[in-house]
Design a protein. Sequence first.
Lengths: 221, 221
Amino acid sequence: MRVLLVEDDDLIAHGIQAGLRARGLTVDGVKTAAQAEAILSAVHYQVVILDLGLPDEDGMSLLQRLRADGMALPVLVLTARDAVEDRVAGLRAGADDYLLKPFDFDELVARLHALLRRAAGRSVAIIEQGALRLDPERGQVSLNGHPVVLSRRELALLAALLHARGRILSVDQLKDSLYGFSEEIESNALNVHIHHLRRKLGADLIETIRGVGYRFNMGDT
Amino acid sequence: MRVLLVEDDDLIAHGIQAGLRARGLTVDGVKTAAQAEAILSAVHYQVVILDLGLPDEDGMSLLQRLRADGMALPVLVLTARDAVEDRVAGLRAGADDYLLKPFDFDELVARLHALLRRAAGRSVAIIEQGALRLDPERGQVSLNGHPVVLSRRELALLAALLHARGRILSVDQLKDSLYGFSEEIESNALNVHIHHLRRKLGADLIETIRGVGYRFNMGDT
DNA sequence: AGCATCGTTAATGCAGCCTTAATCAAGCCT
DNA sequence: AGGCTTGATTAAGGCTGCATTAACGATGCT
């Protein structure tokens, strides 16, 4: 699950990135509207977190322009402003949700997942599939009721597979949702993580489609 | 099913080729407009994927010229441009569909199949024939509701036969849709794949027309 | 600062797929 | 009927891609 964070304040940006990554999300961060625009035209994200106070351009006008160009991604806006008219203007510019600074980090996570859920057409936060249960907001997984401890990568991998609901994901697609644009990898690390997941969850939950990729085995459903 | 990919960026080209091949399509890749024009006049394809940003000529003007010369193939255009007027211009030049970079690979596959469907005059992605069911977008086959695991070649072979809707396909025609121009084969490999398919699906689904080729047995329909 | 955990790399081994080739069966022709 | 041609069948070999393991490096925590 890949998130673009547009935030010029290093401290805030770092905090958000660290927190989201710990929950298995992949975060790319940029500091200006120009950078945001450039990277959005090159990389596919699931959601954008946009701070309105940017150095080179007002976030609102950036958002408006992106929407006019046809960008359909969910956007969560961060702002220090509080006036009702700002909020209305933001929503008209195309924001999907709002968060006032200073915000509670847990609330950010909750709203982010709400947006992702809405975009995926699901309504519940917790994904259950057979004996497996995933709470993406807390980053917790259980199998047959027993909690299973997954690392960051394992969590991201499992979330991506579950999110695809049984469709086949190629290795490249999985890499895209596991790694940010500045941290591409060269090795078979993904294979290793698959291996670890199978060891923790059982070998038959993740199927290999030779020459194609991997898929989550949904059983008969 | 044979696809021509016109894309000068090695990285993108390689990714697309690998993904499409894994789904049983045969992909030939060229990097310039001149090469594209040359090979289109020599080899028969089902669909063309055309990147507008080529080194030697603008893809749009290539497309326009090809259409003027009577080329009727479906063309899926890849472009970084996003303005509405570009889109309109592209469609007037003869594009059948549009995909903005960056694109989701699943979406590319879906649109490609949509184009192929449109060209074939059918409306459903999933081909059902008697007890057999083929989902080309997922590369999955089932017989009487039970999933059947097919390898890459077997899948491509079955898709070609089904796509011909009971018409006879010669061995050379089948080879053309199984192998790209850079990987012709010398042996009876095709016979072997036919054999494997019959073993997995039953012997009567694929008929041999001696001295001519093979056809899919459509039963009474 | 030291420890522990996680992630990546790299090497090795295994398995599946594709092709080849050899042999067998079945039509077709004279 | 016999030979010839074409396709069917089967087994073997090589290649490719994946699984597995171990070790090293990075990162974070106490």
